[in-house]
Design a protein around this ligand. Sequence first.
Ligand SMILES: [Zn+2]
Ligand SMILES: [Zn+2]
Length: 447
Amino acid sequence: MRWLDTVRFKDLHPAMVLALWRIEDIYEAHGTELWMTSGNDGKHMEGSKHYSGRAVDLRTKTLKGVAAKRTIRDAAALALGPMFKVLLERSMKKEWEILHRLADGATPEFRRAFLKAVMASKADIPIGKMTAALNGGDFEVAFRLAVDAWEKNAGPWRNDTSRQLRDVLEKAGQAAEQFLPRSITASFDVTNPEAVRWAGERSTTLLDQVTVDTKRAIRRIIARSFREGIPVQQIARDLREVVGLTERQAESIVRYRSQILGLAARKTAGGDLQDAIKKQAGRQRIPARRGLTAQRIETLVDRYRQRLLRERAETIARTETMEASNQGQLQLWKQAVNSGLITESQTKRKFIVTPDDRLCDICAPMRGQIRGLNEPFVSPKNGAQRTVPPIHPRCRCAVGLVIQRQQRAQDVQFTQSQLNKAFGRKKFSILDSFDAAERADREADFS
Ligand SMILES: [Zn+2]
Ligand SMILES: [Zn+2]
């Protein structure tokens, strides 16, 4: 047997040493060297038996094919007896990769649909009437002109979104079939009314959210612009352009303009204001103080607004496509439960994070969290609860299925005599030196 340099043997329970000898015999009979990949080291789930030296991870990638891995797992389970748990951990990497690809593929269409609705709304806002209402101090009329235009175009957008959500959900449900344990064959039922119901509800929730955000953004523009002394004509334009954005984005636009106006009014270079603008607008080119005509300022503000709108469209598209693909997978699992293919009490779900530099501190501590089929995952960072990711806008997390061992035992295909034939007539005597109380909680994880 060999082990990685990172393996720590501290506090390894003597029973695990005996178990490793047995498993080494099995690997050798199969013509494969046994590698231990983890003991007390590494990161395991909270409360994992790894930490008390009662679990080890063994390499299976040297065993070619799923059938070979299962044969070895079954042989080890028989050899070690009921006091040990032998698990074949599936790599869940492919799972989120495929769901991501599905979500990414649908993102441009989602983005386009949202932008189309926003553009149509802007075109429907009568700028002359808007200016007149503002001039007359009739802010409620100005507010309604913008909101009505949005609500008129939001209905068709909701229908587009509902159809797109359903499409991603169904594709994800079908893609997830291949990740079910091999003993379970389930196909995603596209006629299931649940997908239609969910897509309808989700698109309505999304529409309501964007409408609420738009209303807040409009009110924010009205309140701030008059305080800042912005000319009415410009406020009218701002009100039209803020449709589809959030209140925070509306605030950013007002602040951006006032910073540039401040810069233009300076006699000095205004380095402090340039820094402030840079901090706020990021990639936006910092304007030079000289040459800041009124027209140039509005061009800059307009460019900034366009960027915020693109970001908003991107956030909606990314969040909704991930939501739909996670939902499709969950619905496949629920269908499998309903048709009796898997037992809910023996089925758990595992939280999978996308392990790259964009992993945030809300999702990071949720890695490996185990929950029941209908139980929400919880972020220890902010208490956010969701049955499926996304946990927050643009979250890219996924979920994997974990079937517990009792259920797996059904797919042990080998009898003791078949195993004897395969691995020679080795006597796998059970390790009999522990007391009964200890027996239940020893496990050897395969990974
Ligand atoms: Zn996150
Ligand atoms: Zn996440």
